[in-house]
Write a protein that binds this ligand. Structure first.
Ligand code: 13P
Length: 355
């Protein structure tokens, strides 16, 4: 039996060699992804896709938890088992995205604040009753020469902290996700500065709202140059800057940090995680993954919406789960990628996620 007190759930999510699958794309986002592959997006096809991922044999060795969205947590597998139970029956913790998206920030039209606090307590109660044991809320920070504004940092930090406090009150472990986007031509140095500012604001707000750090996880971006920056940073520069930034801003009481992939190719996201875990020096938290695209770029390509390809889709998912499980303990090698279709796709195929 898994223990369900909050610090134990948080530690289970970052158990050695494991990380989280973010399978919480909204219906419009998954539909765009399906459209690009010629797969018809229906409630049935989305359920089949999620069930394919959730039942990939052996993936539970590397996947500690899965983040779903509202439609998925209400769905049942082809044999009538609720998808949340399909996960928990394999020892995988069910999770749920609870924000309702990034909306324009009043007074700063080029920035957003993530909404979803109204009625959140009751929604959390309902999700817990359906089996969810952790939750996710994503704040989105854009970098330009002039942005982010102080208003954007403080509004998003406060919303994240209020969400986290409500989750803990309702017996769910909050994953706190302040994402600094890779969009733009900013340098890695500018990304480090902005990532440091939002982490500083978030941990101040978490403290103000009396959130227990032992009972939450942080889901940050890696410190990386903007996609359009003419000088892309090396793996070594990304890992050094990322770890420096986290050491400066993340308290040691936190049990774990689980990165988002943010539009990096699947292979680079794995290589960066591996290099961060191999870097010498103090790392007081577990450092693992909570990837969406970096785990899910290859599987739908292998599946293509066809029943006869379900096993191929599961193999593609297993491959990424295994590689990232190894990277979470610094034991990933290139040989693990012997045949990894779709893992090193050109950038336009990695841009499908915006929630
Ligand atoms: P990506 O890994 O595709 O960035 O998605 C992670 C996520 O959960 C974004 O909210």
């Amino acid at each position: 039996m898994m223990s369900h007190d909050l610090p134990s759930v948080a530690l289970t999510l970052v158990a050695t060699g494991k990380g989280i699958l973010a399978a919480d794309e909204t219906i419009p986002t998954l539909t765009r992804r399906f459209d690009a592959l010629g797969i018809r997006s229906t409630e049935h096809s989305r359920r089949t896709y999620r069930e394919m991922l959730f039942t990939s044999r052996g993936a539970d060795e590397f996947i500690s938890g899965v983040i779903m969205q509202d439609e998925t947590i209400r769905q049942q597998s082809s044999d009538g088992t609720p998808l949340a139970h399909v996960l928990s029956n394999q020892g995988i913790l069910p999770g749920i995205k609870v924000d309702i998206g990034a909306k324009p920030l009043a007074g700063s039209p080029d920035e957003t604040v993530t909404e979803g606090l109204d009625g959140l307590r009751d929604r959390l109660k309902e999700y817990h009753g359906m089996g969810a044991r952790f939750a996710k809320w994503r704040a989105v920070i854009h970098i330009t020469d002039a942005l982010p504004s102080v208003a954007c940092l403080s509004a998003n930090a406060l919303a994240l902290a209020r969400y986290a406090a409500l989750c803990q009150e309702q017996h769910l472990v909050p994953i706190v996700e302040p994402e600094v986007l890779m969009d733009g031509s900013h340098t890695i140095e500018r990304c480090e500065e902005v990532t440091g500012s939002i982490l500083h604001a978030v941990f101040n707000s978490l403290c103000d709202q009396r959130v227990s750090l032992e009972s939450m996880l942080l889901k940050p971006n890696m410190v990386i140059a903007g996609k359009e920056c003419t000088r892309q940073a090396s793996v070594e520069e990304v890992t050094t800057a990322t770890l420096r930034c986290l050491r400066r801003h993340v308290p040691v009481a936190l049990p774990g940090i689980v990165f988002l992939s943010g539009g990096q190719s699947a292979l680079l996201a794995t290589a960066h995680l591996n290099a961060i875990n191999r870097l010498p020096g103090s790392k007081p938290w577990k450092v693992s993954f909570s990837y969406g695209r970096a785990l899910q770029d290859p599987p739908p390509e292998a599946w293509h919406g066809k029943d006869e390809n379900l096993a191929a889709g599961q193999r593609a998912f297993y491959q990424r789960a295994r590689a990232n499980g190894a990277a979470s303990v610094g034991q990933y090698t290139n040989e693990m990628e012997a045949a990894s279709p779709g893992a090193d796709d050109p950038p336009h195929r990695r841009d499908w996620r915006d929630d």
